[in-house]
Design a protein around this ligand. Structure first.
Ligand SMILES: [Zn+2]
Length: 317
């Protein structure tokens, strides 16, 4: 499947989307005594979010996403289960549409048996991207033993990656449902990834949103560690934190100068319906790439080729 772009007809792979399963919604409802006491908590969650509530069967939601991706001529997307313990929902989606959905899973390495849980997700559930949120679960990427164990596993498994959310973290679903976010943003520094990235050079790391406000640190990390890629997803509203005004073309230009065109992964951060796949984010990033004058080959890599290579099991990486 190819999508028409100013750089020609390209295979598009979205490196960052969320699989908001019914279990995801129910888990968040369970964290709110107010919501879980409602007569119809799902109906109340629909009202509070304005979102279409996902069907109970993750295979059905996967079918909705498959149609959505095809409608936009997007070849495949990394979709992550977005609460710990929801691995089986995304695994069901992957087994329904293995060509369209690459499975990622939010993982809390501070809970017991981190290594065994990650091994099961990689090897039995066939999930490819382990997604860490150190600010949310309050641990250090540099010091946590569970992190070290799961990074080692990823390093031994070609075709997998370790996604680490850094910088500003705000979870739209939590906000809309009125849930508190007791995060520790001191754990959000991309430089904390240096230690495991250097120790396990075969593990491939993805830092989303260009570091989400810690752009300089994300660039430092990518410069020092060839196994770190940056994803370009979301509206990148962190740009407002920069000391000097910066726009998306300038962000891409600086990231290209440091990380190069082989380590930038296009992503949208799409998550809920009815919005579906966020074409506006794609369009804005394509405009930025046009403005800074990347070649057709570079655009093809950023918009899809790099993610495919990163998650391939062959020798090409
Ligand atoms: Zn996201």
């Amino acid at each position: 499947m190819k999508k028409t772009t100013p750089f020609g007809d390209l295979e598009i792979f979205d490196a960052h989307t969320h699989f908001f399963s019914r279990k995801f919604i129910e888990t968040l409802i369970g964290q709110s005594s107010h919501l879980s006491g409602e007569a119809d908590p799902i109906g109340r969650a629909r009202e509070m979010t304005g979102w279409t509530m996902p069907p109970a069967d993750p295979a059905e939601l996967a079918g909705i996403w498959k149609d959505e991706l095809e409608k936009h001529n997007v070849s495949a997307a990394m979709m992550m289960a977005s609460v710990p313990g929801d691995d089986t929902s995304i695994a069901t989606a992957v087994s329904a549409f293995p060509d369209r959905i690459i499975g990622g899973y939010m993982f809390d390495p501070t809970r017991p048996d981190a290594e065994a849980r990650a091994m099961r997700a990689f090897d039995e559930l066939k999930l490819r991207v382990i997604c860490l949120f150190p600010a949310m679960h309050q641990y250090s990427m540099a010091e946590n033993e569970g992190v070290r164990a799961v990074v080692a596993l990823a390093g031994e498994r070609p075709g997998t990656a370790v996604f680490v959310h850094c910088g500003a973290l705000s979870v739209g679903a939590r906000k809309k449902l009125g849930l508190p976010s007791h995060f520790d943003l001191r754990r959000s520094n991309p430089l904390d990834i240096y230690k495991p990235a250097a120790e396990f050079p075969k593990a491939r790391f993805i830092v989303p949103h260009f570091g989400a406000g810690m752009f300089r640190e994300a660039l430092m990390l990518a410069d020092l560690c060839p196994n770190v890629s940056l994803d370009t997803s979301s509206t990148n509203s962190w740009m407002k934190y920069e000391a000097a005004p910066i726009d998306l073309p300038a962000v891409f230009k600086r990231a290209l100068a440091v990380a190069g065109h082989e380590r930038l992964l296009f992503g949208t951060d799409s998550s809920f319906f009815p919005r579906g796949w966020n074409a506006q984010v794609f369009d804005a990033q394509v405009r930025a790439l046009v403005e800074i004058g990347v070649s057709n080959e570079q655009a093809a890599m950023i918009l899809g080729g790099n993610l495919r290579r990163l998650l391939s099991k062959g020798k090409e990486q």
